[in-house]
Design a protein. Structure first.
Length: 210
């Protein structure tokens, strides 16, 4: 496959799926991740793509980008942020990133840990704000989903969190345990996504040979 043909396929794939992983593209097209990075740079230069952690997303329109910068949209999933559930990352350069909930906030925290000075999150029951690193987190409760899945709720008092679990189930995790848990889940999803990509590519190649 010629480079311009691969680039066109990536462009079409991005327009359809909105978000792509570098590693998945590398495997799908059987080229190095460095080659995919070069392809992605061309799409970014065209203005149709923007870089994300480990991948690329379809470029946002100016109004949506502005809302993300102002903390009105989640830095990770782009949902509208409800201040009662927000997770705010204070970076060392003074900028603030806002996630819609503890789920997205913890994932983003893990991604840019070296840049984070502090993070603030709301207590689910008390509606007070505390440092994310001192919070306890309940994951997988049967409470109706308030935001992203798997739902993660923050509690300043671990004893209150334990009582909450008695009524609504779930698993109690510390800050670092929650980070590791999400990292593990993301790792599993990444492999499942890659398997789907490989199956799709194999099917396409099989169809082309018929």
């Amino acid at each position: 496959m010629l480079p311009h043909e691969r680039l066109q396929l990536i462009r079409e794939k991005l327009l359809k799926e909105k978000h792509l992983k570098i590693s998945a593209l590398s495997q799908a097209f059987n080229v190095s991740e460095m080659t995919i990075h070069r392809d992605i740079k061309k799409l970014i230069a065209e203005g149709i793509a923007e870089k994300t952690f480990g991948g690329v997303r379809l470029a946002l329109d100016p109004s949506t980008s502005s809302k993300r910068k102002n903390g009105e949209r989640c830095i990770l999933c782009e949902k509208t942020v409800d201040p009662k559930h927000a997770y705010r990352l204070i970076l060392k350069d003074g900028t603030i990133e806002t996630a819609c909930c503890a789920h997205c906030g913890l994932i983003r925290h893990k991604q840019i840990a070296s840049q984070v000075s502090d993070a603030l999150v709301h207590d689910f029951l008390l509606h007070t704000t505390g440092s994310a690193s001192t919070m306890s987190y309940v994951i997988g409760s049967v409470l109706p989903t308030l935001c992203c899945q798997p739902q993660i709720l923050a509690f300043q008092d671990a004893h209150i969190a334990k009582h909450f679990i008695l009524g609504f189930q779930g698993k109690l995790l510390s800050f670092h345990e929650a980070l590791l848990h999400l990292e593990h889940m993301t790792h599993i999803e990444h492999h499942e996504h890659n398997d789907d990509e490989l199956q799709t590519t194999a099917s396409m190649r099989h169809s082309n040979h018929l």
